[in-house]
Design a binder for this molecule. Structure first.
Ligand code: PLP
Length: 281
């Protein structure tokens, strides 16, 4: 198949799949999601993503109709059906089906999965970013389906011919519209601390671990616009990008002053991805 859609046991191409109008994801965005890269039919860091996904379900009181183990096995089965070496696996659980009422609490959620070809590509290619006010609510640590501010920010970035929008809340950098943001300064990595204003990214955690293993100091603390603009490098991390540098912020040149450390971090994350998704012989 060129892509795959799954909805509560039904499978088809994404373009042909239908979901009921009563699904609360449709009219309230009432659900949580997660996403992983997959290579050689091995979903990358799937356990970490599934763990975050079920924690988020728990926090919002959403009952997934599948156990963690069942979802894990299902994803491994489904990825084999899509004809591509590298793919992106998106999965979400909505609270379930009910006529539209804010307080309705259906017993069981619905599981939706979409698998599409996607390559990580050349991570040494630097990105362009814009700064934009962070007008999201205070549940950014939960990966909910309510992504309107992120969608608008990403569209704004696209309008400026940029690849990513970096959110700024009261002068403090939080994260990107669909990534975490860190900086390198004086050989250290500085990254926003975990809070309700950022998603605890799986790649961010991995970057921190790899950096500390290399002996690099990582400070999890708030930093502002000036520190971002004067950073030796600005780092974007996400599952589909691993770690990429930023070359332009609001049209001004940024970073480029710690290329060796950036490249070492990229090598570590890329080799981990390639090793973990080596074909099983
Ligand atoms: N922050 C936001 C808002 C995101 O949407 C994402 C990824 O989708 C991330 C951070 C990065 O998270 P991860 O590294 O787990 O993909």
């Amino acid at each position: 198949m060129k892509n795959l859609g799954y909805y509560n046991g039904k499978i088809g191409s994404i373009e042909q799949m239908m979901v009921p109008m009563t699904d609360r994801a449709f009219y309230f965005g009432d659900g949580v999601y997660d996403a992983v890269m997959c290579r050689n039919n091995i979903p990358y860091l799937l356990c970490e993503h599934i763990e975050r996904f079920y924690n988020n379900c728990l926090r919002l009181g959403i009952n997934s109709p599948l156990s963690q183990e069942a979802l894990y096995e299902l994803i491994f089965e489904l990825v084999k059906k899509v004809d591509a070496n590298e793919k992106f696996v998106y999965f979400h659980a909505s609270r379930g089906c009910a006529l539209r009422a804010h307080s309705a609490m259906p017993e069981n959620g619905n599981i939706c999965i979409m698998i599409t070809p996607l390559e990580i590509g050349d991570i040494s290619m630097k990105m362009r970013a814009i700064l934009t006010p962070d007008n999201r609510y205070g549940l950014c640590d939960i990966k909910t389906l309510n992504l309107l501010p992120s969608v608008l920010a990403a569209q704004q970035a696209e309008g400026f011919n940029a690849d990513e929008a970096i959110f700024c809340r009261n002068g403090i950098i939080t994260e990107g519209s669909h990534c975490n943001v860190s900086i390198i300064k004086g050989g250290k990595i500085i990254t926003a601390p975990k809070s309700c204003h950022i998603l605890p990214g799986v790649t961010r955690a991995h970057l921190i671990d790899e950096a500390r293993e290399m002996g690099v100091i990582v400070e999890e603390r708030e930093y502002g616009v000036d520190e971002l603009k004067n950073a030796d490098e600005i780092l974007i991390t996400s599952s589909s990008k691993l770690v990429r540098g930023v070359k332009e912020l609001d049209g001004e040149r940024v970073g480029g002053k710690a290329p060796e450390l950036l490249s070492l971090l990229q090598k570590r994350l890329l080799s981990h991805y390639l090793d973990a998704t080596k074909p099983i012989s």
